[in-house]
Design a protein around this ligand. Structure first.
Ligand code: NDP
Length: 335
């Protein structure tokens, strides 16, 4: 049975869970807002579905929910953050103003977060920058579960890339996609529901193509999207998200001593560009022209549009949530 819950109620409930399970106040608030936002926007692979992963990761001591990130002002356009084995979102929140200041002063800013854990969608990290007039691109690598093109074993994570840009008289244009054929959360959701995966998504433990979600999760691996093209982009995510930040590659950390941990211990890169330094007509107007032309060419769904529509519906009717899932969350809040 489906019930509805307001954004505020859901956020408060999630915050209680985070506080109950070992995060300090500021971290609990940020993660609860992030997770409730994903649920509200219909980004279900990174909404409340992930709460068990957060709680289990905290319980094993794999991630430090009380970590206080340390900012390093490295150069006029480059700042680094050591997340101190905590979550990436508090590191980003702490360095946000400095990174924006650098982008506005020099035209560009690199925010390199390391020693961090990211278990969420990436669009919540970039969309607010575009709402503030900047172009933002972010990558985060995860845990080795994706086979590079032409390879035989998992090296890459599902390695998402997210991009947000301002558009004149409209909401920012945002896309956020895994560079694997599917996000791992969607494979888990398919496995729970006993649903088959689309062809060319993954391989089993023998390296044979499979549409069985369980087989992909139990010793198998995902493939990259778009064959060798997606594989190159995923490789770039490893280089930017790990090599450039000083974080772990997806294959480099060992969480075997923390059974149940689900948060990849890697790095995240955010690149900001201030479009007001660009030549020609203002960027927002150029973006508007491009989007109008795409729509005139028959495009009926822009990236981010489904989320925006789901968000608007939630504002009107509340967030739909399975009654059993809600009961599970309430139990987690007092467990
Ligand atoms: P999807 O394939 O569902 O969507 C990718 C993007 O394409 C979205 O911006 C989506 O917009 C857009 N889109 C989808 N369908 C269409 C369409 N028909 N026409 C136009 N645009 C479309 O996302 P993924 O499954 O690849 O990734 C899901 C999430 O998983 C991401 O948020 C990602 O950040 C997250 N993730 C996180 C990881 C981590 O370690 N933290 C690892 C891997 C993934 P819309 O949102 O409006 O549907």
């Amino acid at each position: 049975m489906s019930v509805t819950i307001s954004y505020e109620e859901l956020e408060a409930l999630l915050e209680t869970i985070f506080l109950r399970h070992g995060t300090r106040a500021g971290v609990a608030e940020l993660l609860a807002a992030n997770c409730a936002t994903c649920e509200r926007d219909g980004a279900l692979s990174h909404g409340i579905f992930r709460m068990r992963g957060y709680v289990d990761s905290l319980a094993t001591g794999w991630v430090d929910g009380s970590a206080v990130p340390v900012i390093e002002d490295a150069a006029p356009s480059f700042c680094r953050v050591d997340a101190r084995n905590g979550f990436a979102q508090p590191a980003l929140a702490m360095a946000r103003e400095l990174a924006m200041q650098k982008a506005r002063t020099t035209g560009v800013a690199v925010l390199a977060i390391r020693n961090s854990h990211h278990l969420s969608a990436l669009w919540p990290d970039v969309e607010p920058f575009a709402q503030d007039g900047l172009i933002a691109l972010s990558v985060v690598n995860s845990f080795a579960c994706t086979v590079p093109f032409d390879g035989t074993s998992a090296v890459f994570g599902t390695n998402p890339i997210a991009f947000a840009a301002p558009v004149e008289d409209a909401d920012p244009i945002v896309f956020d996609l895994a560079t694997s054929a599917m996000a791992n959360g969607d494979v888990q959701i398919a496995a729970r529901a006993g649903k088959a995966l689309p062809p060319h998504s993954g391989v089993d433990s023998e390296g044979q193509p499979t549409i069985d979600a369980r087989a992909v999760l139990d010793g198998g691996a995902l493939l990259t999207f778009g064959g060798y093209k997606g594989s190159s982009i995923s490789m770039m995510v490893e280089l930017l998200g790990a090599a450039l930040t000083g974080g772990h590659f997806s294959f480099e950390f060992d969480w075997s001593g923390h059974k149940g941990a689900q948060t990849p211990h890697t790095g995240q890169l955010i690149l900001l560009i201030d479009p007001s330094y660009a030549a020609g007509n203002p960027f927002g107007l150029r973006a508007q022209t491009l989007i109008a032309t795409m729509q005139a060419a028959g495009v009926s769904r822009l990236p981010g549009q489904r989320r925006a529509e789901t968000r608007a519906l939630a504002a009107q009717n509340g967030i739909p949530i399975n009654a059993e899932d809600l009961a599970g969350l309430k139990a987690l809040a007092i467990a």
